[in-house]
Ligand binder design. Sequence first.
Ligand code: HEC
Length: 168
Amino acid sequence: MRRRAHVLLLLGFAAACGPGVAEPGAIALERDFADYRAWPSFVLEPVPNDGGLDPVHTADPRVVYINRLPDAGVPEFPVGTLIVKESPFNVFAMGKRGGEYNASGATGWEWFELFRDGASGRVTIEWRGLGPPAGESYGKAGQTCNACHGAFAANDSVMSAPLQVIGR
Ligand code: HEC
């Protein structure tokens, strides 16, 4: 686990030095998620029969939080954008690092699972990277974060209906 974290970190630095790539501040830290419950948010209704989408992701009430909404007409979510999706069972997130990070999946985005302690409100990162750590999966086999989200390239890999804003 620790070695994996180092590899990702190195990849991050390599990406940060490449052409046209964002400032190092684009690598989200745990504290950047601390007050996500105060960000602009959208409540999504449960979709019990969602035509084959994984129930882990859509069958429950969900709230999506975004640290800053993009300006109208931008071609992608700006580097530094953080989006959190909370359901009764999981808190997932994505952070825009930009450049070639995760270029074979949801280009530019890093995936996270967060944990928000109900009593203290403290938010911690359970894992981060190109997907969940080996051995952890969510819902139907073979469905990775990148598989579903990467297919939404037209909206910069962001799937929530209220966040279909890219190029509009
Ligand atoms: C089976 C398809 C599917 C998989 C696999 C999937 N998601 Fe999603 N995800 C969705 C859908 C659909 C939405 C739109 C919001 C909703 O309806 O819940 C979404 C929304 C999100 C959002 C809010 C931003 C957005 O895109 O709207 C985050 C963050 C997120 N997912 C993280 C993850 C992470 C992390 C993983 C991997 C552990 C993952 N997702 C795997 C389907 C999926």
